[in-house]
Design a protein around this ligand. Structure first.
Ligand code: CP
Ligand code: NVA
Length: 300
């Protein structure tokens, strides 16, 4: 049997991704209408978290409950994963018991190795290199507010991190033009960028990048695991805050997104994230609906 995984956005075709976003919008409408829909009755999602989480954990757990299934939270602190049991063995054992697995970890290579040995679908719930589940929610949110994102101008301001890499993948898969403004030393991976040539490009400055933008996105300056770099990063990113002056250079109806958690006064001014162009709460909610569509796609 050919098991499908979701380790990056490139694991699904363009057509599958577009259908998944439409399905997420449908599932959201159904849920809000109070319709009971339990396609995953008796199915179990194993959730491995090697890093903290609020949205990802709650959206996956809630999604499984709404679908009639169950989720099991696994932390390295109280499983053998944290005591050095090989990834290959953990993958073989867990995938003989549960129906689908999501993992939040450090090196992307770890989740690739896990998926190689898993009999069931594996979902990337964030690695140092990618955060594809967040992009499903972001794309759903854009489609809901503005319609098709293809041909639109999207701007990434800040760290060339896991979120930035997933935006680079999304640019090609969803057909938008991504401008990236990152300080020297914090640029996205050159190979990932090259793979989306014609869709994603570096911009010389935040001000140049946001001209005529339809969507502006940023993320924290120091990601999980980089806490000790916080002070150095605050200096490097000082000119990369998304504030009202920067937003004013974009299209008047441009949207603002942030995967959250956010640091007001650092990567984003409070006036922007709490302002009228911000759709961050819809974006956070859509983690639930888009991941339900993903679970249905991978298990169904
Ligand atoms: N955006 C996101 O993945 O949030 P959590 O870290 O709270 O899961
Ligand atoms: N770039 C952030 C995203 C958190 C959801 C991190 O990896 O910590």
């Amino acid at each position: 049997m050919n098991v499908r995984h979701f380790l990056t956005l490139n694991d699904l075709s363009r057509d599958e991704l577009h259908k998944l976003i439409q399905r997420a919008i449908e599932l959201k409408t159904q849920q809000k209408a109070g319709t009971i829909f339990e396609p995953l009755k008796n199915k179990v999602l194993g959730m491995v978290f090697e890093k903290s989480s609020t949205r990802t954990r709650v959206s996956f757990e809630t999604g499984m409950v709404q679908f009639g299934g169950q989720a099991i939270f696994l932390s390295p602190r109280d499983t053998q994963l944290g005591r050095g049991e090989p990834i290959e063995d953990s993958a073989r054992v867990l995938s003989r018991m549960v129906d689908i697995i999501m993992i939040r970890t450090f090196e992307h290579e770890k989740i690739q190795r896990f998926a190689e040995y898993s009999r069931v679908p594996v979902i990337n719930a964030l690695t140092n290199e990618y955060h594809p589940c967040q992009l499903l929610a972001d794309m759903q949110t854009y489609f809901e507010h503005r319609g098709d994102i293809s041909g639109k101008r999207v701007v990434w301001i800040g760290d060339g991190n896991n979120m930035c890499h997933s935006y680079i993948n999304a640019a090609k898969q969803f057909g938008f033009q991504l401008q990236i403004a990152s300080p020297e030393g914090y640029l996205p991976d050159a190979q990932i960028l090259a793979a989306s040539e014609g869709y994603a490009a570096l911009s010389p400055s935040p001000r140049a990048a946001v001209q005529d933008a339809d969507l502006i996105v940023t993320d924290v300056w120091a990601s999980m695991g980089q806490e000790e770099e916080q002070a150095a990063r605050e200096q490097a990113f000082a000119d990369y805050q998304v504030n009202p002056e920067l937003m004013a250079l974009a299209k008047p109806d441009a949207l603002f997104m942030h995967c959250l958690p956010a640091h007001r006064g650092e990567e984003v001014a409070a006036a922007v994230i709490d302002g009228t162009q911000s759709v961050v709460w819809d974006e956070a909610e859509n983690r639930l609906h888009s991941q339900k569509a993903l679970l249905e796609f991978l298990i169904g």
